[in-house]
Design a protein around this ligand. Sequence first.
Ligand code: SAM
Length: 243
Amino acid sequence: MAQTHFGYETVDEAEKARKVRGVFDSVAKRYDLMNDLMSLGMHRAWKAYAVALAGIRPGDKVLDIAGGTGDMARAFARKAGADGTVVHTDINETMLRTGRDRMLDEGLSLPTVTCDAERLPFRADLFDVACVSFGLRNMTRKDQALAEMCRVLRPGGRLLVLEFSKVAEPLRKPYDWYSFNLLPKIGKWVAKDEDSYRYLAESIRMHPDQAELKAMMKRAGFGHVDVHNLTAGVVALHVGIKC
Ligand code: SAM
């Protein structure tokens, strides 16, 4: 079986999928609180920026991939309105269920599908907009997943990839110190899981940087790709248009 990375570890592909599932099974209950704590609330601004650039119009069909607890799906649903469709998907049932329960508590009911982004169960050319927010990093065959995202979009449709990326030089040292010293400790205190937050820091370092991800999206079939650096490159938003 082919080898891949799980953080800094080299593992076979099936082992990576199993370990990623373990991470999100473990953190699901505390996921939203941890996001606010570890980003000092900044993940809300990064996501709001992505929603603004998605350009969703009433009636649009939108796919949220690796949607987890549903921050993006909820925001998209407000834009797409009653005539639109937003499908909330994730490979992990615990994350998906946590998100679905939160939405139901708010009076929002969206179609929810458990599926692997590398094999999306939707026909070609179906969606106006697709989004993967902080999910691509965890996928095993990223090229395959991007090709699937391209397939299910209509020509002219757009993909938003919001993901941790390569931070600008002056911030690199303090950011590394925070990631490898403080972040796992916050994970230990709040989510009772130090290892998952160490994996988060490692997986960010192993993820393709801004230029490499842009090239991958072009290879997957996106004719035009714009890159927006957020918070000095801590996060990047890639917006690809299917040609
Ligand atoms: N999109 C949400 C957000 O921005 O808060 C959740 C992001 S969470 C860090 C990453 C999600 O990716 C997890 O819910 C995980 O289950 C999901 N994931 C990992 N591998 C996946 C795959 N191959 N297909 C679909 N989802 C996947």
